[in-house]
Design a protein around this ligand. Structure first.
Ligand code: PRT
Ligand code: MG
Length: 212
């Protein structure tokens, strides 16, 4: 990335809406509406700042490879990847939820290793390992709630916000693994190279978070 430009990877979906006011606080305004635009590279009012609209799970990858200097990503996603070139700069306090173990109320595992269906294999692995519990992990990419209902797994590890999704499927939260929110992340190399530019932006965003 050119030294006098900044590229920011923005997670599309539910994180985006809460990210835009924080960018606005740093006087960064996309020229097209990222929600409705089909463009994936968005120009902003600041000619040297560009936004990449990426899938939430992909944001750290763009930053880790330096394709984007900065990015916004959920802590749930960050806990799943090995981002050796990443720093977490600011807890943005947005898109809050909890990573939890959930299952059918009253469920007790019957003599076999607990079967856990999840998209969050590493976090689940780590959580049960710390409890000294041997489990069988089943990787799913979505609709985790289905797994215990049809006997694919005993429990799931998934994000919970209101709890309505679990409830609608006859499931209940059982164990709390981690509090989740979105983080501003930076590529380490870019942080050194473009330190002043990034520090200024981070300062504005941090202030907006503190006042938010
Ligand atoms: O949707 P897509 O497959 O394109 O990608 P994605 O699921 O990665 O993106 P998106 O936009 O759905 O979520 C992006 C990020 O939002 C996650 O990585 C989290 O950091 C954050 N976030 C915050 C959430 C939730 N809250 C949340 N409630 N992500 C997902 N959920 C889901 C949860 O998985 C469950 O299915 O919402 C359902 C539970 O919500 P309640 O309110 O019914 O409990
Ligand atoms: Mg989703």
């Amino acid at each position: 990335m050119a030294q006098n430009t900044l590229t920011i990877a923005l997670s599309k979906g539910r994180i985006l809406k809460e990210t835009l006011p924080l960018l606005a606080a740093a006087d960064i305004h996309p020229l097209d509406d990222p929600d409705s635009s089909r463009k994936l590279i968005l120009d902003t009012n600041q000619p040297h700042i560009k936004l990449l609209a990426v899938r939430a799970t992909d944001a750290p990858t763009y930053v880790n490879y330096g394709t984007a200097d900065l990015g916004v990503a959920g802590k749930d996603v960050l806990m799943e990847i090995e981002g050796e070139n990443l720093y977490e700069l600011v807890d943005l306090g947005i898109a809050r939820c909890r990573l939890m173990v959930a299952g059918q109320p009253g469920f007790t595992p019957a003599g076999h290793r607990l079967r856990v269906a999840t998209k969050y294999v590493r976090s689940a692995q780590r959580y049960f390992a710390e409890k000294g519990e041997q489990v069988e992990l089943i990787k799913l990419y979505g609709s985790m709630e289905l797994a215990p209902l049809v006997g694919l797994s005993d429990v799931i590890v998934d994000l919970v916000d209101t709890g309505n999704t679990l409830k609608a499927n006859g499931l209940a939260p059982m164990e709390h693994i981690a509090d989740i929110s979105s983080r501003l992340i930076v590529n380490q190399h870019a942080y050194k190279l473009k330190h002043d530019m990034i520090r200024e932006l981070v300062q504005h965003i941090q202030e907006a978070v503190n006042n938010g």
